[in-house]
Design a protein around this ligand. Structure first.
Ligand code: FES
Ligand code: FES
Length: 166
């Protein structure tokens, strides 16, 4: 099959590549760029494990062709921490609040929450739950994921994190 030239910025790095028009962005990221943080958890566009940031929006990378990202800026979980390795507040929140168990959903969940907190820096619990409703977790029951995102929102805002009474 003929290939098409694409250029994009992925985690700040300029990418220039030839892709088949049928190649999904998730396959391009994982197989061509070795960015295996975004996962493939379904073949029905339901799980959100493949979530990445595409030009300032959360997308499920299994629903986008790589050529549709031509000229775009993509952020994956590999691009969330600071260049010196300092964890993002969300990564710290997931660690501190036990926001993961098996971890399979975590890269997509954190990448989605990364955009959510830019759209809405101080979300209510309901807004967090609605905001991550496209991301499924089979392990945690979501409670600690919500706490992890609340922790990160507080840290980014520079205010102390107070766990809501259960
Ligand atoms: S792999 Fe499940 S939504 Fe993309
Ligand atoms: S931590 Fe296992 S699927 Fe979410």
């Amino acid at each position: 099959m003929s290939k098409t030239q694409v250029t994009m910025k992925v985690n700040g790095r300029a990418i220039d590549a030839l892709v088949e028009p049928r190649t999904l962005l998730i396959h391009f990221l994982r197989e061509e760029l070795s960015l295996t943080g975004p996962h493939i958890g379904c073949d029905t566009s339901h799980c959100g494990a493949c979530t990445v940031d595409l030009d300032g929006k959360s997308v499920k990378a299994c629903t986008v062709f790589a050529i549709q990202a031509n000229g775009a800026e993509v952020v994956t979980i590999e691009g969330i921490a600071a260049p010196d390795g300092t964890l993002h507040a969300l990564q710290e929140g997931f660690r501190e609040m036990h926001g993961l168990q098996c971890g399979f959903c975590t890269p997509g969940m954190i990448t989605r929450a990364y955009r959510l907190l830019q759209e809405n820096p101080s979300p209510t619990e309901g807004e967090i739950r609605a905001g991550i409703s496209g991301n499924l977790c089979r392990c945690t029951g979501y409670q600690n994921i919500v706490k992890a995102i609340q922790y990160a929102a507080a840290k980014i805002a520079g205010v102390p994190f107070q766990e809501a009474a259960e």
